[in-house]
Design a protein. Structure first.
Length: 103
């Protein structure tokens, strides 16, 4: 399974690449750490989709197909979290049932 195909969302001045699969009301958000990109979650995405979850897997700042911001302050912990929350709202998602992360 490839997480290459996805959509681009402009969030806080940065274009974010996001893999979004499924149409279930049950939503799983998978967030990778550094250094990595969304494709590290491919095995888990497949299992979650079989379990009936819509899977949202963003490439984090500067990784995969998400742009690298020029300001290093954008990498402070609160900023990527704010990006992910804004991304969910831009996608019309107001609730996440399962949050999985590493790093």
């Amino acid at each position: 399974m490839s997480l290459e195909s996805g959509k681009i969302y402009p969030i806080h001045g940065v274009n974010h690449h996001v893999y979004d699969e499924g149409s279930s009301d049950k939503v799983a958000l998978l967030v990778h750490g550094w250094p990595a990109q969304s494709d590290v979650w491919a095995p888990q995405v497949e299992v979650l989709q079989q379990a009936g979850y819509r899977t949202i897997v963003p490439d984090q700042l500067g990784w995969g197909k998400t742009e690298t911001p020029g300001d290093p302050q954008r990498y402070e912990l609160s900023q990527p979290i704010a990006d992910d929350i804004a991304l969910l709202y831009a996608m019309g998602i107001d609730k996440v049932d399962l949050l999985i992360g590493h790093d």
